[in-house]
Design a protein. Structure first.
Length: 205
């Protein structure tokens, strides 16, 4: 009687573990799909793949030209800011090119080095842009990324879509997949072993 109860409890536990393992596998599959659909295209679109050294030629705030976002129509996407323009010497090629902060900046506003955070008041934003310009002028030489095929002439100072980021993003679904598979294999192995033990027990009787 007790033995039967124990066996049922064990069976129920195994089924639950198996469900958990399979759910983890399915969930990781969905995460991979999501990453593949939403994140991978940005990475594969990014052409600024080669690292180089850039030397500052000119950093200035365009006189009285204040740009706004091109994208979106909400108020928060439509504030005005001083447009910082930065030209650098891409030293490997000896070319004067425009420097942008990230891939996103090129897509959102190709006129300015970066889009400052919207701080509410124009003065605050202006302070932010001034500080950034001072920093660039002090630094003079920086690491930058360019398009080795030269289809895209500009360079960027920071890669949002560094392939290393993709590896880190895939870490969670990979861990979940491995964990799920581990549970499934563990349950299946223990079922096989107990089946084997049961048949040997019968034979020995
Ligand atoms: C960029 O720098 C290289 C060497 O450092 C120099 O020969 C070249 O003339 C510079 N190009 C521009 C556009 O300033």
């Amino acid at each position: 009687m007790l033995r039967k109860k124990l066996v049922t409890a064990q069976k129920r536990g195994e089924t639950r573990a198996l469900c958990l393992g399979l759910a983890m596998v399915v969930c990781s599959g969905m995460m991979y799909f999501f990453i593949g659909v939403t994140i991978v295209p940005s990475y594969s679109k990014s052409v600024w793949t080669k690292e180089a050294v850039c030397r500052l030629i000119k950093a200035s705030i365009k006189e009285k030209v204040h740009c706004s976002f091109n994208e979106g129509s909400g108020d928060e996407n439509n504030f005005y800011y001083p447009c910082l323009e930065v030209y650098v010497n891409l030293t490997v090629l000896g070319q004067m090119v425009m420097l942008y902060n990230t891939e996103e900046t090129v897509a959102r506003n190709p006129k300015c080095f970066y889009i400052p955070p919207n701080m509410g008041s124009y003065n605050e934003v202006q302070k932010h842009v001034d500080t950034t310009m001072d920093y660039i002028k002090k630094k003079q030489t920086f690491t930058c990324y360019y398009d080795p095929s030269r289809t895209e002439a500009s360079v960027i100072s920071e890669r949002l879509y560094d392939p290393r980021g993709l590896v880190i993003t895939s870490l969670w679904p990979t861990l979940m997949l491995l964990g799920g598979l581990f549970i499934v294999i563990l349950v299946k192995t223990s079922q096989c072993l107990s089946a084997l033990a049961a048949s040997q027990y019968k034979i020995s009787i």
